[in-house]
Design a protein around this ligand. Structure first.
Ligand SMILES: [Zn+2]
Length: 280
């Protein structure tokens, strides 16, 4: 009897010992695993940071090239950029090749593309006016079609990179490609579309982004009436030296009704208007 009890006791001790051993092993394994995971995570994070840094460095180099080329091409003095910064109503914020979007710029968006079967979005401050303008333009017998609205920095970067690639495929060198691309696709961070206040609106039956867009009935109506809804034609014919952008008879920018009326009455660009206001 005593012997049997002793055996049971011994068995229990051995079993407990084994269990303890297994538990210690498992704990060590788990710790090892966690450490390996942490090391992996650290490595991944370091790699991402390095990649972002490289990308940033590449882009700031590209940006410098583009800016220098644009300034040389258009003869726009750099000081002019300073004249446009400073205290201004937010709706008049100038974003052009010399005035990038503020780093901390945030935008509250609203969908505006439902009737066009897209997920296009615009700044909440202009979405309702935009839809009203489209509805009234249509009511007048025209065929307006939104083909671009808010763009993220990322989507602008993709547009720009695609353009650079196409320019290289056309036979230009890697070095000259970014500045050639920037003449038609805004450098990321300098596109008004990133504000959420700019839209490209075309005629449904003339879906081309070229100068002939201006002779469609849709554009004629929009150019004549957009100010009533707080919009201006942002890049009028013959203003490239001020805006840094080619004539675009499809790109409309929301500035609010009061400013749109004044800008239209004065017949000036947004850049000139902002400078005039500072001079007051
Ligand atoms: Zn546009």
């Amino acid at each position: 009897m005593v012997k049997a009890k002793g055996k049971i006791f011994l068995g229990v001790v051995v079993a407990l010992g084994l269990m303890l051993g297994v538990m210690i092993q498992l704990t060590l394994l788990a710790r090892d695993q966690r450490q390996r995971l942490l090391a992996g995570e650290r490595l991944a994070r370091a790699m991402t940071a390095a990649a972002v840094e490289t990308l940033d460095a590449r882009h700031s180099l590209e940006r410098e090239t583009v800016l220098a080329a644009q300034t040389a091409l258009l003869g726009q003095p750099q000081e002019r950029a300073e004249a446009l910064s400073g205290e201004q109503p937010e709706l008049l914020l100038v974003v052009n090749p010399w005035n990038p979007l503020p780093e901390d710029y945030t935008v509250e968006l609203e969908p505006v593309g439902r009737e066009f079967g897209t997920d296009y979005k615009a700044d909440v401050r202009c979405a309702a006016s935009l839809m009203q303008m489209i509805a009234d333009c249509r009511e007048a017998g025209n065929h307006p079609w939104i083909c671009s609205a808010y763009r993220t920095r990322f989507s602008q970067q993709q547009l720009f990179d695609n353009k650079v690639l196409r320019v290289i495929l056309e036979g230009h060198s890697r070095e000259e490609a970014p500045e050639i691309a920037a003449t038609t696709v805004a450098y990321p961070g300098t596109s008004e579309h990133e504000l959420g206040l700019a839209m490209d609106i075309i005629d449904e039956f003339y879906p081309y982004l070229d100068e002939r867009q201006e002779s469609t009935s849709t554009q004629k109506w929009l150019m004549e009436n957009c100010w009533r809804y707080g919009f201006i034609l942002r890049y009028p014919n013959g203003t490239s030296d001020v805006t840094g952008i080619i004539y675009e008879p499809w790109h409309y920018r929301y500035v609010g009704e009061r400013y749109a009326r004044e800008i239209t009455e004065l017949g000036v660009t947004l850049e000139e208007y902002v400078e005039m206001r500072r001079g007051r």
